[in-house]
Design a protein around this ligand. Structure first.
Ligand code: GLU
Length: 419
């Protein structure tokens, strides 16, 4: 639809309009929330190490700032396009509302494969992108963070470029920074850790013992890896794991610390000697208790959804289920308990919010304090969504969207329509 043409955008828009209809949100508000506040498209000329210049396209989309400054990650991936970034920015608005942090939704990205860049090229790309969007972002305006293909070092370069341009240090312009530059304890692990708090609550609700349960992880990046580590800590066996290089399987449980070292040395999980190779397309439909898609969006369509055999589907990725896949999951609610992305992966932005608060006060918390506050927010959000799921007979995804949409629409009505 319009300039936002993309499958993830269509899925997100469908979810907004369907939820609004089911819970009786004013159609004027729903129509407004189906499109972003504003979007910027920039061209980024990058001088490669060999002297040639290549031009890439970058984006920053601000979906809604009714509840506070915009917030959301920056993605470097070849799939990035205006529609996808818009969908991801939209999800951020509702994710912030679901966990009750006073922020709006944004997302940015560059359509590029960062794995082919040298460190110097990545730095030049990041600095030029920052310069192109510099009037758009700021500590009280819009605060980027890491997402797929970016990391704390990239945030450090954004912070430095922004600060150099303004003439003084402004660490509050980004979150997910290195701890040495004002990053928060626990931010790196926060998305995976937060996800596992929701899995713990879901397992309690279902009467499933996590000790001895089995899990499969699609995507051993920052989210998937830390979710796996926290589940492993609770006695769940991680029997399958994948990344872009391939997938591995070990019915006795994968040794995650060894897998981490192997991935660092070899650039991916494929060939990890502590497990057998498996077909990555079969990972999501394995007969395990918990499946965690923690890679790209749109991986669970109707075909995959029909074949899922897990008891809990915990969405580490943003938008892993298509609209058709979701229709199947709604019919299979009694077999598969879905922890939707808006809730499951909200731990990242929650600790980003803590980082922003700590930076604003120049007063930093211990890891124990950060994790305690994260747990409290995730548990409260889970309970609230579960209550809506049960009391209003809505599936978990619609229930999460209902909680988010009600909070955003109430704030919109209070502020009123300008002019
Ligand atoms: N990129 C992460 C997400 O999709 C984190 C965003 C943030 O911390 O601002 O939730």
């Amino acid at each position: 639809m319009g300039p936002w043409n993309d499958p993830l955008y269509d899925t997100t828009r469908d979810l907004i309009l369907r939820t609004a209809q089911e819970i009786g949100i004013d159609p004027n508000i729903a129509g407004r929330l189906a499109v972003p506040d504003r979007a910027i498209v920039v061209s980024i000329p990058l001088r490669r190490d060999d002297g040639t210049v290549e031009v890439y396209t970058g984006y920053r989309v601000q979906h809604n700032d009714t509840r506070g400054p915009c917030k959301g990650g920056i993605r470097y991936h070849p799939h990035v396009n205006l529609g996808e970034v818009t969908a991801l920015a939209t999800l951020m608005t509702f994710k912030c509302a679901v966990v009750g942090v006073p922020l709006g939704g944004a997302k940015g990205g560059i359509s590029i494969d960062p794995s082919g860049l040298s460190r110097a090229e990545l730095q030049r790309l990041t600095r030029r992108y920052t310069t192109e969007i510099i009037n758009f972002i700021g500590p009280g305006k819009d605060i980027p963070a890491p997402d797929m293909g970016t990391n704390p070092q990239v945030m450090a370069w954004i912070m430095d470029t922004f600060s150099q341009t303004h003439g003084y240090a402004m660490p509050g312009v980004v979150t997910g920074k290195p701890i040495e530059l004002g990053g928060s304890q626990g931010r790196l692990q926060a998305t995976g850790r937060g996800l596992v708090y929701t899995v713990v609550d879901a397992a309690k609700h279902l009467g499933l013992e996590l000790k001895g349960a089995t899990a499969a992880i699609q995507g051993m990046g920052n989210v998937g890896y830390w979710a796996a580590r926290r589940l492993d800590y609770r006695g769940t066996k991680i029997v399958a794991a994948s990344d872009v290089t391939g997938a591995v399987y070990n019915p006795k449980g994968i040794n995650l610390k060894k897998a981490y070292v192997y991935m660092q040395e070899n650039g991916g999980i494929a060939g990890f000697p502590g497990a057998e190779a498996m077909d990555p397309t079969e990972l999501l439909t394995l007969d395990v208790d918990i499946v965690i898609p923690a890679a790209l969006g749109g991986v669970i369509d109707a075909k995959v959804a029909k074949k899922l055999r897990c008891k809990i589907l915990a969405e580490g990725a943003n938008g892993p289920v298509t609209s058709d896949g979701d229709a199947v999951l709604r019919k299979r609610q009694d077999e598969i308990f879905v922890i939707p992305d808006l809730l499951a992966n909200a731990g990242g932005v929650t600790v980003s919010y803590f980082e922003w608060v700590q930076g604003t006060q120049n007063f930093f918390w211990s890891a124990t304090e950060v994790n305690k506050r994260l747990e409290s927010i995730m548990v409260t959000a889970f309970k609230k969504i579960l209550k809506v799921h049960v009391d209003e007979n809505l599936d978990m995804r619609t229930a999460a969207m209902a909680v988010g949409m009600r909070r955003v629409s109430e704030a919109m009505l209070l502020r009123g329509l300008f002019p």
